[in-house]
Design a protein around this ligand. Structure first.
Ligand SMILES: Cc1cc2nc3c(=O)[nH]c(=O)nc-3n(C[C@H](O)[C@H](O)[C@H](O)COP(=O)(O)OP(=O)(O)OC[C@H]3O[C@@H](n4cnc5c(N)ncnc54)[C@H](O)[C@@H]3O)c2cc1C
Length: 492
């Protein structure tokens, strides 16, 4: 029988799966089905034209989803090499202020504080009291992981090792920045497996473990050409027209493959193993596909809803997902500058907890600092992106630009070398993304193993694989990696 693989969902995971499967199985037919009119899922880059009151114009890239990649994700470097995207890459060097300076805005303190970026910086206030004692004391603390636990929340983990103040200040901020979630809900093993491994390696101490070499074997089967040389000394990177160039190049490549069929505007309406054992994918258009194999790159709850009750699978609705509001802002250039030089800042969980009365800002990216090469005449404008929501209840104030600007002014108020009151922005764009980032809760890895076992036997008998942000990591690198590994066990 000829192999026919149907890939469900045309986000980055689905596109990467199609790319690798079409290369691995050139004889197979690969059909990728996407609900909306565009590929890329949460990735959405747009170039807008802006004018200030003095006749200056610019063409500026706005991201409403992911904006930066890290060079350690070899699966993405491989795509850059194989898709010929090298000349479109723009990088932020580790020596730049955007890479070195990251800030926190602690709700109980005024203005921004600089996160430690050098050995000497940990001795300056307020890090001298907020950071240093907790980190210095940690190696001397006895091993305190309770016997028999195989996972816990990020907050529990950090509180155990570094104390509650450190866990709230640094742990919750980190989780806001990556997962837009509450660190008291997120699984440390699923979200930050390296922290858990450091504790093991360091005989109970994370700091000791961080100083010891990591001897875990990682796979090295990536065709990356000379891209790693280009990434030497790079902190983060993107592309000239934004992250959207990556799914764009994937879709263009796939369209040119004779064994690939790309379907857009085609919601899948159901999925099952029929009584005669055939796989059935039904599209809303009425078309029925009977593939030999299926890759689901859909959010897990979406897959759950599509599955016919006779073909159901465990744990697809076990993880909640965060919703965020993204506000893109462009200001005219000002003197003094609107913000200090750096990547941006994160806001930890307020001492009083999340409530509708809190402003709801999770963090703000100073886009003009990190990736200004994307924009023409960038020097004349200041671009920022504010992320709100997540564990903060999303209230109408999150979409009222004036209210957010007031809050932003408070965050950017001290020290005196930048503006106290923000000028009127010349461009704003607000987007709400519902259930956009999954929050794997403690026990997630075990649940995903159980899901894998259920898929390997019974009616599905290894013919359906479930990949994507809800399974093993939400970063773009994780998504491409899961696409690369999709269908690896299929031999015939
Ligand atoms: C605001 C935001 C900022 C982020 N920032 C970063 C960052 O800077 N760096 C980073 O590494 N990661 C970042 N991430 C995470 C990363 O963008 C996502 O984890 C990743 O894009 C998820 O890709 P995916 O393909 O697994 O899922 P999705 O993008 O959710 O793709 C799933 C696809 O399935 C389709 N679909 C749904 N239902 C159906 C149906 N019934 N039929 C057919 N198709 C369907 C959807 O339309 C979608 O295209 C960010 C995420 C968000 C939301």
């Amino acid at each position: 029988m000829n192999r026919h693989v149907v890939i469900l969902g045309g986000g980055l995971t689905g596109l990467s799966s199609a790319f690798h499967l079409s290369r691995r199985f050139p004889e197979a037919l690969i059909t990728l089905v996407e609900k909306t009119s565009r590929f890329g899922g949460w990735i959405s880059s747009e170039r807008v034209q802006v004018h200030d009151g003095d006749g200056r114009t610019a063409e500026i890239v706005l991201e409403s989803g992911p904006r930066t990649l890290r060079p350690n994700a070899k699966s993405v470097l491989e795509l850059i090499h194989l898709l010929g995207l090298k000349n479109s890459v723009i990088t932020t060097p580790i020596t730049s202020s955007a890479a070195k300076n990251r800030y926190l805005q602690i709700p109980e303190m005024q203005g921004l504080i600089t996160l430690p970026n050098s050995f000497t910086s940990i001795f300056s206030p307020p890090m001298r009291t907020l950071f240093l004692p907790h980190v210095l004391r940690e190696p001397a603390k006895r091993r305190n992981r309770p016997d028999g636990i195989s996972d816990e929340t990020v907050d529990n983990f950090m509180t155990r090792r570094f104390g509650p103040t450190f866990a709230r200040t640094f742990g919750s901020s980190l989780v806001h920045g990556i997962y837009a979630a509450d660190s008291r809900e997120l699984s440390v093993r699923a979200a930050f497996p390296s922290l858990w491994a450091m504790e093991d390696r360091g005989w109970g101490s994370v700091v000791r473990g961080a100083l010891l070499p990591d001897r875990t074997d990682s796979r090295e089967d990536y065709d990356v050409g000379d891209i790693p040389d280009m990434m030497k000394g790079v902190s983060v990177y993107s592309f000239m027209d934004g992250i959207g160039m990556l799914p764009g190049a994937l879709a263009t490549h796939l369209r040119n493959q004779s064994n690939v069929e790309l379907l857009r505007d085609n919601p899948i309406s159901s999925l099952r193993v029929a009584d005669d054992g055939q796989l059935e994918v039904k599209l809303s258009s009425g078309r029925m596909i009977n593939p030999t194999h299926i890759i689901s790159a859909l959010p897990l709850p979406v897959l759950h809803d599509l599955l016919h009750p006779t073909s159901s699978l465990p744990h697809l609705t076990a993880s909640p997902a965060s919703s965020v509001v993204v506000l893109n802002l462009i200001f005219p250039q000002t003197q003094p500058k609107l913000h200090p030089s750096g990547f941006g800042y994160l806001v930890p969980r307020p001492l009083s907890g999340y409530s509708p009365n809190n402003p709801g800002i999770l963090g703000t990216v100073f886009d003009s600092c990190a990736l200004s090469a994307q924009d023409s005449n960038a020097a004349n404008f200041t671009k920022m992106t504010v992320m709100m929501g997540g564990p903060n209840p999303i209230t109408p104030s999150h979409t009222e630009v004036d209210t957010v600007l007031k809050q932003l002014s408070v965050h950017l108020t001290a020290p005196d070398d930048y503006l106290k009151v923000l000028p009127e922005p010349i461009y704003t764009r607000t987007q709400r993304h519902d259930d956009c980032i999954p929050t794997p809760m403690p026990g997630h890895l075990r649940r995903m193993e159980e899901l894998k076992t259920a898929l390997a036997k019974g009616a599905w008998s290894g013919r359906l694989e479930v990949v994507g942000a809800g399974v093993r990591g939400v970063s773009l690198g994780d998504c491409v990696e899961s696409g690369k590994r999709a269908g690896e066990s299929w031999t015939c």
